[in-house]
Design a binder for this molecule. Structure first.
Ligand code: 8Y4
Length: 283
């Protein structure tokens, strides 16, 4: 048997992601200062209940994050981040049937959570921290590379692009090349345009409209727009009133071929994805 890169299945640690379908990734924040849930789920048991509810609602991945990317958020030490994330990764792996994505840029967190059962590394910094490429390569896990200029703290000061989709595409191609050199082959990579990261409303809308162009890179796309300010600005809605705008974007992203939707509202988004799949599979 020869081994060829598969376009239909992505091994994620002890589980496999079926790339022929659109999946819903539920967001689980374990930061005490996370903005959307007010740190409600910082306790292990509450986090487990939230994770279980998302799995019951149809999430096939859960994204566990221990470092807030909110501008102005306090920097978290690697040890502190690991202490937040490790217990929840271990318990989800033991108790739930779901792929665990770890939202981290920290090499030690990548290595240790992979050992505890993580299935995917989701790094908003695209493995640009010292040691991150090597750590991710050593885990053998797939990696989500996301476009962002600068750091979460300074990224929103006046972003500028000539052609946002082209520049995002070039950035992701360059990060894929760096991954390849570090021993992370293309068939282990997921790509993400990075909505809301160093982009104003027009950038986000244009990038969303033209995200199909990223398919030429040949890798599955992950889209994260849930409750983000691009919805707030387009519809003039506060964060608690962005569900319907988010579902419209989820439907559009799925239709445009995105394979993973990173969301807070799992049950609602799963209905959207299943409804689209029902129509698409008709004669
Ligand atoms: C309201 C709700 C306002 C959420 C802002 C936000 C992405 C991501 C984040 C993403 C990938 C966030 C960790 C920002 N966004 N990872 N992480 N893609 N791969 N903001 O778009 O949710 S955190």
């Amino acid at each position: 048997m020869t081994s060829v890169p598969s376009l239909t299945r992505l091994p994620c640690g002890n589980r496999v992601l079926d790339l022929t379908q659109t999946h819903v990734m539920g967001i689980l924040n374990v930061t005490p200062d996370s903005f959307s849930d007010g740190g409600l789920y910082s306790q292990l048991d509450a986090a487990m209940r939230h994770a279980e509810a998302m799995v019951v609602a149809g999430a096939t991945l859960i994204d566990v994050g221990g470092e807030s990317t909110r501008p102005g958020a306090r920097a978290v030490s690697p040890l502190e981040e690991l202490e937040r994330v490790a217990p929840i990764v271990e318990r989800i792996n033991r108790e739930l049937d779901v792929i665990i994505s770890v939202d981290t840029s920290t090499p030690a967190v990548m290595r240790e959570t992979a050992r505890l059962g993580a299935g995917l590394i989701n790094d908003v910094r695209s493995l640009r921290r010292d040691g991150a490429l090597d750590a991710a390569a050593a885990t053998g896990l797939p990696v989500c590379l996301m476009h962002m200029l600068g750091e979460p703290g300074d990224m929103q000061d006046n972003p500028h692009y000539h052609d946002v989709t082209k520049e995002v595409s070039e950035f992701l191609a360059e990060r894929m090349a760096q991954c390849e050199l570090a021993g992370i082959p293309a068939d282990r990579i997921i790509l993400d345009p990075g909505f809301g990261f160093a982009k104003n409303l027009q950038h986000n809308l244009s990038l969303f409209k033209h995200m199909d162009a990223l398919h030429v890179l040949g890798r599955p796309l992950l889209v994260g727009v849930s409750r983000k300010s691009m919805i707030g600005q387009a519809l003039n809605r506060p964060v608690g009133e962005r569900l319907h705008g988010g579902l419209a974007l989820a439907a559009l992203a799925s239709f445009k071929g995105a394979r993973i939707l990173r969301v807070h509202d799992v049950a609602e988004t799963v209905d959207v994805v299943r409804m689209i799949a029902a129509v698409e599979s008709a004669e």
